[in-house]
Design a protein around this ligand. Structure first.
Ligand code: HEM
Length: 494
């Protein structure tokens, strides 16, 4: 009898919750039928940004889904993304709390995963000044050139062989960031360097899988293997960050700031001496988290962009030769491309835009939340609703691009080969208050690295292999758009 009562009680609870969720949907954007408890969870599998494009055909460019029991609104058009993130910036600038993010950011003490708050603003400001001082302009250029020279020497030794260059690109990009963040440039075989890369790579994989409790926060107390894996990788990664922070503190000299880490220590000391007001937002935890964000934001994104770029160029040799010819005529062969060459190399810049459009490495950016009860297109959007901008839909919209599936840098140039104003639908860095603060670094880094590689090598698909698979690797899922592993043959141009 008591078992029957429990079952009836549970079923009633589920039905009432389900009914309540439907009532809550009142005047919210339309969307498909959702089940009790699981909602539309099945629609969030695989490359769900593609599923979302199909759903938009039925429900319109702004529609609602249930991720488990959480309301999600998906934005599938430029107009919708602009209205939410630009016109109503602050109202759509929140971040959801997810258990995996919370563990990794030690309770939301970073920039990327923390909610819209004064602490987030302070750290974004610090991030900007740190980046300006140590990871842009001549500073970035000299770091990239040093790392490139080593990679070019390595690639030259592998001339003519079919190679998967993924590991080399990892080391190339990590060395640039390590140099900006810690003032260290590692030998490619250095043990600490390789440990850092392995820990970050493993971490990104564990993190991309997410946790059940990210969808059902009330299950956060369960000691699942996934949670243990996130905790383990967080400890390994943050230990490395803290080790560098400690080392910098021992040799810190305020009159000689060496890198981003020194810059952060200085900000902390200034707050201690002057303000006190910001001190609770500038603990060591915050410092290592902001440095981690510079690592997390500045490595995987650039690595993925370069991996797509080399693949697209190997698959389109005629475009690669045009880039190489432009670099030859502007830069020559006696020096590496410099940031001052960017204006005179519109075809190379257009090619990078096209890589960022077709590669769309973050198809759904990062999830936002609404910070207040608000509206969009006349629909009601309650506070705390997850908002997913479908950047893939913007980048592959046939009405905007005409032939979105064709790799064609010329779409960013006029008839005389000059750059046209950037189309607003090209949004690889997102838009509004949460847009990527590393955009300038990402673009400059990609220009210098890709320019240096194409100036020195011709990348071709190994003989006997058919055309490369340009489809995204399904393992990337909805979070990251990763190319399938591939090999290229490098031929020295010099
Ligand atoms: C090709 C390079 C890059 C691409 C395509 C890219 C893309 C993005 C996107 C789509 C977002 C989410 C925007 C949103 O929430 O709406 C983001 C956020 C972020 N990116 Fe980047 N990014 C790149 C390079 C970088 C670099 C080089 C850094 C650091 C040096 C960086 C640091 C960050 C940070 C800290 C955030 C979180 C911002 C916040 O929540 O306020 N990114 N990026």
């Amino acid at each position: 009898m008591w078992l029957m009562t429990i079952i009836v009680g549970l079923v009633t609870l589920v039905l009432v919750t389900w009914l309540r969720d439907y009532v809550r949907r009142w005047r919210m954007p339309p969307g498909p039928f959702f089940w009790p408890i699981i909602g539309n969870l099945t629609l969030f599998g695989g490359q769900f940004y593609l599923t979302f494009i199909e759903l938009a055909k039925k429900y319109g460019d702004v529609f609602s889904l249930k991720q488990g029991m959480t309301d999600v609104v998906v934005l599938n058009s430029l107009d919708a993304v602009r209205e939410a993130f630009v016109k109503k910036g602050a109202e759509f600038a929140g971040r959801p709390t997810m258990l995996s993010g919370d563990i990794f950011t030690e309770g939301g003490k970073d920039i990327a995963f923390t909610d819209y708050s004064p602490t987030w603003k302070l750290h974004r400001k610090l991030f900007h000044t740190a980046i300006r001082g140590y990871a842009l302009g001549d500073n970035l250029q000299s770091k990239v050139h040093e790392s490139l020279e080593e990679t070019i020497a390595e690639f030259s030794k592998m001339e003519g062989q079919a190679v998967n260059i993924e590991d080399h690109i990892y080391k190339l990009v990590y060395n640039v960031i390590c140099s900006a963040a810690f003032g260290i440039r590692y030998d490619m075989d250095d043990k600490d360097f390789n440990t850092l890369i392995k820990v970050s790579k493993d971490g990104a994989e564990v993190f991309a899988q997410g946790l059940l409790a990210d969808v059902y926060p009330s299950l956060g107390f369960l000691p699942t293997p996934g949670k243990a894996a996130v905790e383990k990788m967080t400890r390994s990664f943050l230990d490395i960050m803290q080790h560098h922070l400690d080392q910098h503190r021992e040799t810190f000299d305020p009159s000689n700031l060496r890198d981003i880490t020194d810059h952060m220590i200085k900000a902390q000391k200034d707050a201690e001496e002057e303000g006190i007001q910001d001190i609770n937002s500038l603990t060591d935890t915050h410092l290592r988290q902001t440095i981690s964000d510079i690592f997390g934001g500045g490595t995987d994104t650039t690595i993925l962009t370069l991996r797509w770029a080399v693949l697209f160029l190997a698959a389109h040799p005629e475009i690669q030769e045009k880039v190489a010819a432009e670099l030859d005529s502007v830069v020559g062969r006696d020096r590496l491309p410099e940031l001052s060459d960017r204006e005179a190399t519109p075809y190379t810049e257009a090619t990078i835009h096209e890589v960022m459009r077709m590669g769309t490495i973050a198809p759904l950016a990062l999830p936002h939340t609404t910070t207040v009860d608000t509206t969009l297109r006349g629909y009601r959007i309650p506070k705390g609703t997850w908002i997913m901008p479908n950047l893939w839909a913007l980048h592959y919209d046939p009405d905007t691009w005409g032939d979105p599936d064709v790799f064609r840098p010329e779409r960013f140039l006029d008839e005389s080969g000059k750059p046209i104003p950037k189309p607003p639908a090209l949004m690889p860095f997102g838009a509004g208050r949460r847009a990527c603060p590393g955009e300038a670094v990402g673009k400059a880094d990609t220009f210098l690295l890709l320019g240096g590689l194409v100036q020195n090598f011709r990348f071709t698909i190994p003989e006997g292999e058919g055309p490369p698979d340009l489809a995204p690797d399904k393992k990337g899922g909805g979070v990251q758009n990763t190319p399938y592993p591939y090999k290229v043959v490098m031929t020295c141009r010099k």
